[in-house]
Ligand binder design. Structure first.
Ligand SMILES: C[S@@+](CC[C@H](N)C(=O)[O-])C[C@H]1O[C@@H](n2cnc3c(N)ncnc32)[C@H](O)[C@@H]1O
Length: 420
C-alpha cells in the first residue's frame, strides 16, 4: 500500500476501491502545488485540512439532482399525508450533497400542506462546501435532470440564472449539520431517512455501522430510503425492503413484506439474504462508484453546483452522450431504458470498459446474474486489474454459493489496488 492509500485508510472511512482514485487526483494536485513526491503531498494533507477535504470531496463527489428516484418522493408524499399533524415529523437527508435531496423532501412536504411547524428536515454532509451550497436553497439547471413532479413544481421557483430555488417556507424546514456518517450519533429518532448513494463510498466497517445506526434511529413506523447500490448496509439488521416497489424504501422487519422476489440461483430463502439479493447491490456498489468517478473526471463533469442558463441546460441535455444518459437512467431506476441505451452504446463502442461495467450493474439489478457475469467477465478481459469488476464477479460467485471462488476474486481485487 502506498503512502496515500495508507493515509486515506487511517484518516477516512472511504472504501479502498474508491481510494484507488485518490492517486490520480493526488498526482494532478502535486503538479499544481509543486510537491515532488507522494510523501510530500501526504505531509501536506496532514497539515492542510482544506487540501484533505478537497481530496475527500473528489473521492466522494456531490453527484445529486432534484427528485432523483422520484418513486421515493411519491412514497414519502403518501406517507406524509397519512401522518398525525399534531406530532413533529423528523426527516433526515444524510449525505445531502449540494441540497437537491433536502429541497425535494421540503417541496414534497409543502405539496402535502405541511409547514415548518409540522416537519424538520436535517441536511447532513461531510463537506462544509456542500452544506454552504445547500444553504443557498438553489439547485442549478444541471440538477434538473429528471422531470419535476407536477405536484412539487409550485414550490421550486425558477431564477433568471436557470436555477430552481426552494420556496422560503421549504427553506425554513431545513436544519444543517456537518457530520461524518462513519461516526455520527443522532440525538433523536427519525420518521424518514434518506441515505442514498453515500454508503457506496464507505468501507465495510463504516457501512455496517451505518446500517446498525439507521436501524436504531428509524422510528418503528418509519422508512429509510437508500440508493440502489446501498442496501447491503442492512445485512444482519432488522431492516427489510418494504413492499413499496421501486422506491428502495426499507422498514423494520415487523412491517416489512416478506413476499420478496423469487431468489435467483437457487439461493436460500432466508429473509436476511433476500433484500440483499433483490437489490443486487453488491455488484452495483463498486461499479456505480466507478461510473461516478468516470463521469466526474471527464470534461463534461456535471455536478449541480455549476451555474447554467436555461439555454445551457437544453444544450447540456442535447449533448449528453449515450453512456451518460444510460448512467442517469440506471441511477434513476429506469433499468430497461438503461439497458437499451447501453446496448446502443456498446454496439458503437464494443470495448468500452465503463459500458460493460454499467451493463453488468443494470443486469444485476434485474436479477440477470448470468448476463451480469458475462458483462463483468468482459470488463476483466479488457482490464485484468479492474478491481470493481472483480468484486462484482465475487458477489455473483457468492450468490451462487461459491464462497471459495468469491474469496479468490476478492483477494485478486485487493491485489489490484497495489498492482495498479
Ligand atoms: C453521491 S452524493 C449523494 C447525494 C444525495 N444523497 C443523492 O443521492 O442525490 C454523496 C454525498 O455523500 C457525502 N458523504 C460522503 N462520505 C460521507 C460521510 N462519511 N459522512 C457524511 N457525508 C458523506 C458526500 O460529501 C456527498 O455529498
Amino acid at each position: 500500500m502506498n503512502e496515500l492509500s495508507m493515509w486515506l485508510s487511517a484518516n477516512t472511512s472511504l472504501e479502498p476501491v474508491v481510494n484507488k482514485f485518490g492517486e490520480l487526483f493526488a498526482r494532478e494536485r502535486m503538479r499544481l502545488l509543486g510537491d515532488k513526491t507522494i510523501a510530500e503531498y501526504v505531509a501536506r494533507l496532514n497539515r492542510d485540512s482544506k487540501e484533505a477535504m478537497n481530496l475527500y470531496q473528489h473521492l466522494s463527489p456531490p453527484e445529486t439532482w432534484l427528485f432523483r428516484y422520484v418513486a421515493s418522493f411519491e412514497v414519502l408524499r403518501e406517507e406524509l399525508q397519512k401522518r398525525d399533524r399534531s406530532q413533529m415529523i423528523h426527516v433526515a437527508s444524510l449525505g445531502c450533497a449540494t441540497g437537491s435531496e433536502p429541497f425535494s423532501i421540503a417541496a414534497t412536504a409543502l405539496s402535502c400542506g405541511l409547514t415548518p411547524s409540522h416537519i424538520r428536515i436535517l441536511a447532513l454532509d461531510y463537506s462544509d462546501d456542500h452544506l454552504a451550497h445547500t444553504r443557498t436553497g438553489r439547485a442549478s439547471a444541471l440538477a434538473q435532470r429528471t422531470p419535476i413532479p407536477q405536484w412539487a413544481a409550485n414550490w421550486l421557483h425558477p431564477t433568471p440564472q436557470g436555477q430552481l430555488e426552494l420556496d422560503a417556507q421549504g427553506m425554513a424546514m431545513i436544519d444543517y449539520q456537518r457530520g461524518d456518517l462513519s461516526k455520527w450519533k443522532p440525538d433523536r429518532a427519525f420518521d424518514f431517512v434518506f441515505c442514498r448513494n453515500v454508503a457506496i463510498y464507505l468501507n465495510e466497517q463504516s457501512k455496517r455501522r451505518l446500517g446498525r445506526m439507521l436501524d436504531e434511529t428509524i422510528k418503528p413506523n418509519g422508512l429509510v430510503f437508500l440508493g440502489h447500490a446501498d442496501s447491503t448496509i442492512f445485512t444482519g439488521t432488522n431492516m427489510r425492503r418494504s413492499e413499496m416497489d421501486h422506491a428502495f424504501a426499507f422498514c423494520k422487519h415487523e412491517k416489512a413484506n416478506d413476499k420478496l422476489n423469487p431468489l435467483a440461483l437457487g439461493l436460500s430463502q432466508d429473509p436476511w439474504v433476500a433484500p440483499f439479493i433483490q437489490s443486487s447491490s453488491i455488484a452495483g456498489k463498486p461499479a456505480i462508484a466507478a461510473v461516478h468517478k468516470i463521469i466526474s473526471t471527464t470534461s463534461t463533469r456535471r455536478t449541480d453546483s455549476a451555474p447554467a442558463s436555461s439555454a445551457g441546460v437544453m444544450a447540456a441535455r442535447a449533448s449528453m452522450d449515450v453512456f451518460t444518459r444510460a448512467q442517469i437512467a440506471a441511477d434513476s431506476g429506469h433499468l430497461v431504458e438503461a439497458e437499451k441505451l447501453l446496448l446502443a452504446y456498446l454496439a458503437q463502442e464494443p470495448t468500452a470498459i465503463q459500458g460493460h461495467a454499467l451493463f453488468g450493474c443494470v443486469q444485476m439489478a434485474q436479477d440477470k446474474y448470468a448476463d451480469a457475469q458475462r458483462s463483468f467477465t468482459k470488463v476483466v478481459y479488457l482490464d485484468p486489474l479492474n478491481g470493481l469488476a472483480l468484486l462484482s464477479l465475487a458477489a455473483i460467485a457468492e450468490l451462487g454459493g461459491d464462497s471459495k471462488g468469491a474469496q479468490r476474486l476478492r483477494d485478486r481485487a485487493a491485489r489490484t489496488v497495489v498492482e495498479k
